[in-house]
Design a protein around this ligand. Structure first.
Ligand code: SAH
Length: 247
């Protein structure tokens, strides 16, 4: 990615509580299901951002957690939270790319990725990240998906141009099956999960003036469009948690 844009994105998001839709209760809900099914000793959190979910993973399990992101500024924020929560002996941070994961095959009981798999695509993530799971290991990813078969064409076009793998929940579940996983479940994020993300984003938008920089202005306009689309059309899509298991 263009370094100027990456800096704009980093500066915008690094002091927000999360970098995508989500909620602590949703994280815990998915985690609880999994902890009922097998021992979780080693977790990989891909695209951890400033670590809203990383801290929960650390607190709720006794596991060792490897958290990875390409943005060092996000990891620096997470490091402070981790140390405050006295989790430094169990959560380890990795500055790395999600398409060059620096880990050995079959080393994790659980791979977690909230609001980040779209950077590579759902299919890519399921195909490539699963190799790092031990047999019987779990994968939990959250991603935006359609909730209805029919919807305004304008909306379909908007999301397909932003995320070409945008699809129905049923199609995502089918992909999980085709990629060799067994399905544990899929559930919709409650509205509060979007508010947790979009409210701080809106506040930040109100504080920023992009008029001095075309790149910043372009970025802010994109976010404003996304918010407008959400407020108008949110009955047609949602964020979903997808929970699956390597046989
Ligand atoms: N899981 C966090 C962050 C989600 S935003 C949350 O839910 O709040 C997506 C994250 O993926 C960002 O932190 C971004 O820096 C990271 N990311 C995007 N592309 C990446 C890549 N190629 N390699 C590693 N991390 C990446």
């Amino acid at each position: 990615m263009d370094q100027q844009l990456l800096k704009i994105i980093t500066d915008f998001y690094k002091d927000l509580p999360r970098q995508g839709p989500g909620s602590t209760r949703a994280t815990k809900w998915a985690l609880t299901r999994i902890m009922e099914m097998g021992p979780i000793e080693h977790i990989l959190d891909i695209g951890c951002g400033t670590g809203a979910q990383t801290i929960v993973l650390g607190q709720e399990t006794g596991a060792k957690v490897d958290a990875l992101d390409r943005v060092q500024d996000f990891l620096d924020v997470l490091k402070i939270k981790r140390d405050q929560q006295r989790l430094s002996d169990r959560i380890q941070l990795h500055h790395a790319q999600m398409d060059k994961l620096p880990f050995e095959a079959e080393s994790f009981d659980l791979i977690w990725s909230e609001g980040a798999i779209y950077n590579m695509g759902f299919t890519y993530g399921l195909k490539n990240w699963g190799k790092l799971l031990k047999p019987g290991g779990f994968m939990v990813v959250s991603e935006i998906s359609w909730t209805t078969e029919s919807r305004p064409q304008l909306l379909t076009d908007y999301w397909n141009s932003n995320y070409p793998e945008m699809d129905l929940v049923s199609a995502k579940v089918r992909l999980m099956e085709m990629m060799g996983y067994s399905t544990i479940g899929a559930f919709a994020l409650p509205d509060v999960g979007w508010r947790n993300y979009y409210e701080p984003v809106s506040q930040k938008l109100a504080q920023l003036d992009g008029s001095g920089s075309p790149a910043l202005q372009g970025f802010l306009e994109q976010i404003k469009t996304e918010l407008k689309i959400y407020h108008e059309y949110r009955q047609y899509y949602n964020y979903f948690f997808y929970i699956m298991r390597r046989p």
